[in-house]
Design a protein around this ligand. Structure first.
Ligand code: AVI
Length: 320
């Protein structure tokens, strides 16, 4: 079975499970087809979505420190999980390039489209840079990353992508990274911080409706890829941030009772009026939670970087 076929099968099994159960759920990882990628780009450009600029500020402010932490006489592998458009990483790539640092950049993303675009834009700017993109989900690709063991690695995960995982999933993810790390390797990861709840609420419930379209893309995908007949406009985006747990939860709400047929899965799904599909969590953190996650995963925090507005932090980890 090809990677694409097994991803599709996993997607279909997920939809069957998520829509047969109560309360219903669908994972946000399936939002990202070409349209989903494009909508996420639009989200990142929203003034309310402060995460991107905050982390950009960290990378820009500390790029020389990061270069010194990562560089090595033998050269190193810069592995990025969930690379996306690489906007923030390019700041670091520029710094590495300008200082003649020896490294290979290995961007990994669930979207082949994102990998291709990123690789070609890097080649356009720095034709000699060694870039080896790989398509895949974090969990599938991590197993393959064990092969990068000839020289030190710097693994980077930006954008608070870890926030889309539950704590259990995050620990599992961090453990898998820890297992492929040698003692000299580093992990540099972004964690969006707890803050004024309204700032978070607004970041995920923007007034332009882009986040709603992003969330609804899940249903568009089911219509396109599984011959479903969702009336997508009848599902509204709802966001609820809980400052106690630090979890922002996204839902699609059925504004009318309806029956949906998903032909490819031979599945009929009924929705009551105001019934929910839980689609995403975006976890927010503080130092204590990140330290706990690290401890649970055999990692230790060696440095913390914060942006100038104190909204976001990147942590540097090593094996414990
Ligand atoms: C990719 N991920 C970290 C984003 C987030 O902030 O949870 C996805 C997103 N969902 C709505 N807006 C942005």
């Amino acid at each position: 079975m090809t990677k694409k076929e097994s991803f599709q099968l996993e997607f279909e099994q997920h939809v069957t499970e998520g829509l047969k159960t109560f309360p219903k759920f669908l994972s946000s990882k399936y939002i990202y087809d070409d349209r989903g990628d494009e909508l996420f780009q639009q989200i990142m450009a929203l003034p309310e979505y402060y995460l991107t600029n905050a982390e950009y500020n960290i990378v820009d402010q500390y790029k020389a420190d990061l270069r010194k932490l990562f560089e090595n006489d033998k050269g190193f592998d810069l592995i990025e999980l969930g690379a996306g458009d690489g906007k923030k990483t390019k700041v670091l790539l520029k710094e590495l390039h300008e200082n003649d640092t020896k490294f290979t950049y290995i961007p990994i993303d669930i979207s082949q489209h994102a990998i291709d675009d990123l690789a070609s834009s890097i080649k356009g700017t720095w034709p000699k840079m060694d870039v080896q993109g790989e398509q895949g989900t974090y969990f599938n690709v991590l197993k393959e990353l064990a092969k990068y063991n000839q020289r030190p690695k710097a693994i980077i995960v930006l954008g608070s992508n870890i926030g889309n995982l539950s704590h259990d999933e995050a620990i599992n993810f961090l453990k898998q990274i820890q297992e492929i790390m040698s003692p000299e390797d580093v992990l540099f990861m972004g964690f969006d911080q707890k803050k004024d709840p309204l700032t978070i609420q607004n970041a995920y419930a923007d007034t332009t409706g882009v986040t709603q379209e992003f969330n609804r893309n899940l249903l568009h995908r089911l219509n396109k890829e599984m011959q479903a007949d969702f009336n997508v406009d009848k599902f509204e985006h709802w966001e609820a941030y809980d400052p106690e747990t630090g979890t922002a939860k996204s839902y699609l709400l059925a504004t009318e009772a309806c029956d949906v047929h998903i032909k490819k899965l031979n599945l009929k799904v009924s929705f009551n009026k105001w019934e929910t599909i839980h689609t995403e969590i975006s976890q927010k953190y503080d130092d204590q939670i990140v330290e706990w996650l690290a401890n649970q995963s055999g990692l230790k925090i060696t440095q913390i970087f914060e942006d100038n507005k104190k909204l976001f932090k990147n942590y540097l980890f090593k094996r414990n």
